[in-house]
Design a protein around this ligand. Structure first.
Ligand SMILES: Cc1cc2nc3c(=O)[nH]c(=O)nc-3n(C[C@H](O)[C@H](O)[C@H](O)COP(=O)(O)O)c2cc1C
Length: 171
């Protein structure tokens, strides 16, 4: 069988345009305290309407992998075009990802960003092996259209870059 060229494979996957999300959970410390954890992900996808299921996948080498692999709930935030800086911040393993004042704990005890286009609060329903990733399937227990950023369109990711949605041809 012919060996796939990893760079070409990555480029080929990049031809699938996606939105951008920030996914959050909380690390529970032994002393009872908790720490907000976040990462940028574009692997988000809908799975099922009834029951309401969504999925995303996490790289096993991510710094936050152990926390997400152990959590019971997470929140998915669909970003708008004005949130590129937040997306970059949560896509870096260095520095503080979430700033005080831009989030609060929700019903499932996971951090919810005040601003985003849409928010999905999920309990972990399944975890599946997916090669160098783990596929996380969440049951949506609450969602909110927040339309943060007013009329800002959703942030897009295509060919390894952020892209702006052209809504001029939208009906
Ligand atoms: C647009 C974009 C999409 C990404 N999608 C994913 C993803 O779906 N799953 C994943 O594990 N990492 C994804 N990443 C990479 C993580 O955000 C990045 O590795 C981050 O540093 C992980 O943080 P951590 O090391 O603190 O866990 C994406 C990055 C960007 C910029």
């Amino acid at each position: 069988m012919q060996q796939l060229d990893p760079r070409e494979f990555r480029n080929a996957l990049g031809s699938f345009a996606t939105g951008v999300t920030v996914i959050t959970t909380a690390e529970q410390n032994s002393d009872g305290s908790r720490r907000p954890v976040a990462l940028t992900a574009n692997s988000f996808s809908s799975v099922s309407l009834d029951p309401a299921l969504v999925l995303w996948s996490i790289d096993k080498s991510a710094g936050s992998f152990a926390v997400f692999n152990d959590c019971t709930a997470f929140a998915i935030h669909v970003l708008h075009d004005g949130q590129r800086e937040l997306s970059q911040r949560c896509a870096s393993s260095k520095g503080e990802k979430l700033r005080d004042g831009e989030w609060r704990y929700g019903e499932l005890e996971v951090p919810l960003l005040d601003e985003c286009k849409t928010l999905f609060e999920c309990r972990v329903e399944h975890r599946y092996e997916g090669g160098d990733h783990i596929i996380m399937v969440g049951r949506v227990v609450n969602f909110e259209r927040r339309d943060g950023g007013g009329k800002e369109p959703a942030l897009l990711y295509y060919q390894g870059q952020y892209q702006q949605l052209d809504q001029s041809s939208a009906a």
